[in-house]
Design a binder for this molecule. Structure first.
Ligand SMILES: Cc1ncc(COP(=O)(O)O)c(C=O)c1O
Length: 452
């Protein structure tokens, strides 16, 4: 009988993060200053980021050593297990082998601590006292709250309002770990007050919450900003996922034909896929592996967005980033996968998708919850609504393989558990979940409104 779980001993955890920029044929375009539209330099970023993070953002070397203190904190939950989804394979009647890397074993229940820990560490080392951040579903906010607590920093979180009410226990978790949490748009910042003046009932969006957190951080010398996805250094930190998965698969003589992850800003997908993409780009991969990014039909950045420069936030505080975008003023529908409600995408993932190395697919909310239900029944784990997009994609690939008579090895990232998302499962079971397909005219209006 094949093993259901493949573990790595703690001593086998990667000691360096992998930087795909070193291997990309066309590296990502530089960020542009929001005012001058010239490439940003380190000085432009130093108001909100420590030097070590700025260095990683623009790094071109292939590997960057993980500091000992970060490895020690990672060891609280890493290496994470790789599971073989044997019951799911049997239920689908497929000969595909399905593996999932389970990041829900972290204290916060997702992959997000993989970047929260080094970000808190580097800020503490730089003498910063407090971090401000945004959070969608609350996974990133809770991860940063914990990491700040571990490294002795204060933490303020602007949580997208729709999730603040949909996921009250994430809020509790952040407060338990010592953070203060505001529903965004809030009355704490100019950005928040302006949005509320225009629309007091605003659901909020990640683009608004980012503006609030950046505004907060820029106003206080003792405070920096931390972002939970999108930026190069966040994807870099997440590559521990794919590097571990490579070693775990190697230990059972496997290599993936298909690698899958859900895409919000691109960090868990980048984390699992980039080490394998690097092998492909360097001509070292033993297979012609495909890389599938799974996103919501309600927020279809990679599948229907434009590839161009855009702002990362509503208030245009962030640099301009070359990426797939739905427009920085785009307001996504209030789907339960709050962490996937972002108008933009990592510039690295966007470039790789533009160059045809990554295949994006979009899925409706109900189809993802039904995949999550099958998965939960077979494997026992309740997935985060975000992760259910990757499960939908993996199940579709396995069913396709059955129809074609092929036997691919499928690897996907189960980015988090859904124990604090049970209210959304309740709605699904009761048949109350709505599917939001983004109307073309809404998309075109958002793109036109946010032309730069
Ligand atoms: C469990 C989980 N998966 C995925 C995501 C999406 O983020 P990213 O695309 O950066 O991995 C989030 C974001 O909050 C999340 O909480």
């Amino acid at each position: 009988m094949p093993e259901r779980r493949i573990y790595l001993p703690p001593g086998k955890m990667p000691t360096a993060w992998y930087n795909v920029v070193a291997d990309m044929k066309t590296p990502p375009a530089p960020y542009l200053h929001p005012g001058t539209r010239q490439p940003v330099g380190p000085d432009d970023l130093s108001a909100i980021f420590p030097d070590a993070i700025i260095g990683q953002e623009v790094a071109t070397e292939r590997y960057i050593d993980i500091p000992g203190e970060v490895i020690d904190a990672y060891n609280q939950y890493r290496p994470s297990p790789l599971h073989r989804a044997l019951r799911l394979e049997q239920a689908l009647g497929t000969k595909a082998k399905i593996y999932y890397k389970y990041e829900g074993v972290s204290p916060a229940g997702s992959h997000k601590p993989n970047s929260a820990i080094p970000q808190a560490f580097y800020n503490k080392k730089a003498g910063i006292k407090r971090l401000a951040t945004e959070t969608g579903a609350g996974q990133w906010g809770s991860s940063l709250a914990l990491a700040c607590n571990w490294f002795g920093l204060e933490c303020t979180v602007y949580m997208v309002k729709v999730s603040y009410f949909q996921k009250p226990y994430r809020r509790t978790l952040m407060r338990l770990w010592g953070a203060e949490v505001f529903a965004s748009p809030s009355d704490k910042t100019n950005t928040g007050r302006e949005v509320l003046a225009q629309d007091p009932e605003s659901n909020g969006s990640l683009g608004i919450a980012i503006s609030e957190a950046v505004e907060d951080a820029a106003q206080r010398a003792d405070t920096n900003y931390a972002l939970g996805s999108v930026l190069n250094h966040v994807l870099l930190h997440q590559t521990v996922i794919g590097q571990e998965a490579y070693e775990q698969l190697k230990s059972v003589d496997e290599y993936p034909d298909i690698v899958i992850g859900c895409c919000g800003g691109g960090s868990n997908f980048g984390g699992i896929a980039l080490p394998f993409i690097g092998q492909k780009l360097r001509g070292e991969a033993p297979k012609a592996t495909r890389f599938v990014g799974a996103e919501p039909a309600a927020c279809p950045t990679l599948t229907r967005g434009e590839f161009r420069y855009d702002f990362g936030d509503v208030a245009k505080f962030t640099p301009l980033v070359e990426m797939y975008t739905l427009g920085h003023t785009f307001m996504p529908a209030g789907i339960h996968a709050g962490g996937l409600r972002y108008h933009g995408m990592s510039t690295i993932i966007s470039r790789l998708a533009h160059d045809g190395i990554i295949e994006p697919n979009a899925y409706t909310q109900n189809s993802c919850f039904s995949a999550a239900e099958i998965f939960a029944k077979c494997e026992g784990i309740v997935p985060a609504p975000e992760s259910s997009h990757a499960i939908r994609a993996a199940i579709d690939e396995a069913i396709l393989a059955k129809a074609k008579g092929t036997e691919p090895t499928i690897l996907f990232c189960l980015s988090g558990h859904g124990f604090l998302d049970l209210a959304s499962y309740e709605s699904y079971i009761d048949g109350n979940l709505t599917d939001f397909e983004l109307p073309e005219e809404t998309l075109q209006a958002a793109l036109a409104e946010s032309a730069i």
